[in-house]
Design a protein around this ligand. Structure first.
Ligand SMILES: [Zn+2]
Length: 259
């Protein structure tokens, strides 16, 4: 137990460092070029402590030294996500080949959390290579879910196809019903990626969780804004939350529900 706790802490700290990298990649993908780690408002360079949003906030340096504005919160959320996901993953399942695959699979999700929360964008230049890599790896070695130990060669392909088709239909439906829908093309690619990560049948659980979290999120926004939803919230974070929950606790959740 102590060994697990130490391993979880180390993985969580690594998650902070790689989360900072993910946030950097996300901002560079949004800017479509290499960017400096600098204040997004006044472009004053950040100090090394501020390269990680979590470290900056934890040491009381969350504000820009030049213009005093607070760092972008999506960076903080991306780092927090990866730190928690990696820490929980290693804490619960130890280090196995399949946990390593899951660690890798979490990384693009941290990037997308940053870009979608910041600009409501899920860049293809991040998502398409990630999707392709996960389809190939998943077909060869199975889903990036530590609790899964039985799988067929088509598990990953069918998972990706179900994620893709479900969101393709939802985007069509959204456009037909509301004109410009809350869902975008990027959500389709992200859902296909989730399908490749968790495979079939866990993609179904992933999507159901995403819709549940999305429903709770929409209800919260409706309450806070007194009935105006519009296209206020990006959907990507809910898809990612559904995926991460499935990767970490999916099998246990199914067993618990079945009993
Ligand atoms: Zn500044």
């Amino acid at each position: 137990m102590t060994a697990n706790l130490v391993a979880a802490l180390v993985a969580g700290l690594a998650g902070v460092a790689f989360g900072a990298l993910a946030a950097y990649i996300g901002e560079a993908a949004l800017a479509r070029r290499r960017v400096k780690v600098a204040c997004p408002y006044c472009t004053a360079p950040y100090s090394p402590v501020q390269w990680s949003a979590l470290v900056a906030v934890a040491t009381g340096q969350g504000r820009c030294a030049a213009c005093n504005r607070f760092l972008r919160v999506p960076r903080l959320i991306g780092e927090l996500f990866l730190a928690l996901a990696w820490g929980l993953l290693v804490g619960f399942y130890g280090l196995t080949p399949r946990t390593l695959l899951a660690l890798v699979a979490f990384f693009p999700q941290a990037i997308i959390l940053v870009t979608d929360l910041e600009a409501k964008l899920i860049p293809n230049r991040v998502m398409l290579p990630s999707l392709l890599a996960m389809v190939v790896i998943g077909t060869l070695v199975g889903p990036a879910v530590p609790a899964v130990n039985a799988w067929r060669w088509w598990t990953t392909l069918v998972g990706a196809a179900i994620g893709f088709t479900t969101f393709r239909l939802l985007v069509w439906l959204g456009v037909a019903l509301f004109g410009e829908g809350a869902l975008g093309e990027g959500d389709i690619t992200l859902a296909a990626y989730v399908g490749a990560v968790v495979g079939f049948p866990l993609i179904i659980e992933s999507l159901l969780l995403a819709f549940t979290f999305g429903g709770i999120g929409a209800a919260a926004v409706l309450l806070l804004r007194r009935g105006k939803l519009g296209t206020a919230i990006p959907y990507g974070p809910f898809i990612i939350l559904g995926c991460a929950t499935t990767m970490l606790f999916g099998a246990e959740l199914l067993l618990w529900l079945a009993n």
